[in-house]
Design a binder for this molecule. Structure first.
Ligand code: MF3
Ligand code: CO
Length: 272
């Protein structure tokens, strides 16, 4: 069942999404080689609680951390741990919050130092594909239009692997609501989009093959070929003519560009 949000509810959800953006911005300021992913997770938990919210992933289906931190060949749902970040790592930080009963849930991939041209391109193209998907998140379109746009840009144009096992989702008072939002599919297929539907659109794109497996911890998803994987996620409200992006990458990008330990790509949000 799809749950459409009123304008007032969408504004509340924007606050939830923005708290995630602000948390990612704080993390972007502090990323550098030598820090552990567990120390990042602790900061995330503290920042969220200081802002009168709750980390939504913690205890969700038994998930044991505040955030998911996925390094290099980890696709998503990586456990924070005592592993230190090193020069050339890429790191996807995925954060959820519950603020005033509404969930925010989004993610950003950072490069610690230089991961090489091939991986920087994967980061750039995955982020571009997210915006190409968002351009299709308008009333009257279908889920398949978003899915097709992401797959077209990543798999068909660049030969990357599009993960099939994990998908984006509706978002609201629950972390996962209908509909599912795959990153692959046919144009004009799937549920129709109506105003007020809030979606978490989240391409998970592999440099090599699309195949993944889950580790024995029951969560950590890795690429089978051991090559890098990138994950970006935005919270988006379906509107007529143009989608409304509730989360805000601009503050994260500002912090990213100001941090000399991070490599960056310039990806501009389409003006549509
Ligand atoms: N962004 C992810 C998702 O939508 C994060 C969920 S992690 C979990 O599924 F721990 F909460 F499951
Ligand atoms: Co999500």
């Amino acid at each position: 069942m799809m749950i459409y949000k009123t304008n007032e509810e969408v504004e509340q959800m924007r606050q939830s999404a923005l708290l995630v953006s602000k948390t990612l911005c704080e993390i972007a300021k502090e990323l550098k080689p030598g820090i552990t992913t567990l120390s990042i997770d602790k900061k995330i938990g503290t920042f969220i609680r200081d802002h009168h919210a709750i980390p939504s992933f913690l205890n969700y289906m038994g998930y044991p951390f505040n955030s998911c931190i996925s390094v290099n060949d980890v696709v998503v749902h990586g456990f924070p741990g005592n592993n230190e970040l090193k020069e050339g790592d890429i790191i996807s930080v995925d954060i959820g919050v519950i603020l005033n009963a509404w969930h925010g849930d989004h993610a950003y991939t950072f490069a610690i130092g230089d991961p090489g041209e091939e991986v920087m391109q994967l980061i750039r193209v995955t982020k571009e594909s997210l915006y190409k998907g968002i351009e299709k998140a308008v009333a009257g379109n279908r889920i398949g239009d978003i899915a097709f746009a992401i797959q077209e840009h990543t798999e068909k144009r660049h030969g990357y692997g599009v993960v099939r096992e994990l998908v984006g989702h509706g978002l609201g008072k629950n972390l996962h609501e209908d509909p599912q939002v795959p990153n692959y599919g046919k144009r004009g297929s799937g549920p129709k989009l109506k105003e007020g539907l809030v979606l978490a659109i989240e391409p998970m794109i592999n440099l090599g093959k699309r195949n993944v497996y889950t580790e024995d911890d029951g969560w950590t998803v890795r690429t089978t070929d051991g090559k890098a994987s990138v994950h970006f996620e935005h919270d988006v409200c379906v509107r007529k003519g143009k989608a409304d992006i509730l989360s805000d990458y601009s503050i994260i990008e500002k912090a990213e560009m100001a941090n000399p330990n991070l490599f960056t790509n310039q990806v501009f949000q389409p003006l549509v």
